[in-house]
Design a protein. Sequence first.
Length: 128
Amino acid sequence: MIAPAPLTMPVLVVDDYNIMVRIVRNLLRQLGFQNIDEASDGKTALAKLRQRRYGLVISDWKLKPMGAHDLLGAVRADEALKNTPVVLMTPAAGNAVARDAGADSYLPAPFDAATLKQRLVAALGRDF
């Protein structure tokens, strides 16, 4: 049996729209996650990732000035961060974009708690 993902692990939500950060934060709380941090752009997210070990990153695809593609490239190139599960929030047809960028899963907009859970299970490789 695979151990469930700990709901206390730190999760980083990256989006330049505060309302979207709040939506994702609330959905994560509905799913039981307790330790949720945020960043408003890729550069800030990368700095936070290098200061603290996160168990999961959920990032919007369209970030400025450092986009999710560059953020994900930097994460995958960093020996200490490369295994961090990353879920990209993408347009509905974004599966190929997320996969090609190196994401562990994607979250097509619009989404609800059930869809978020399904994508997190895929990214983490275990239920929670």
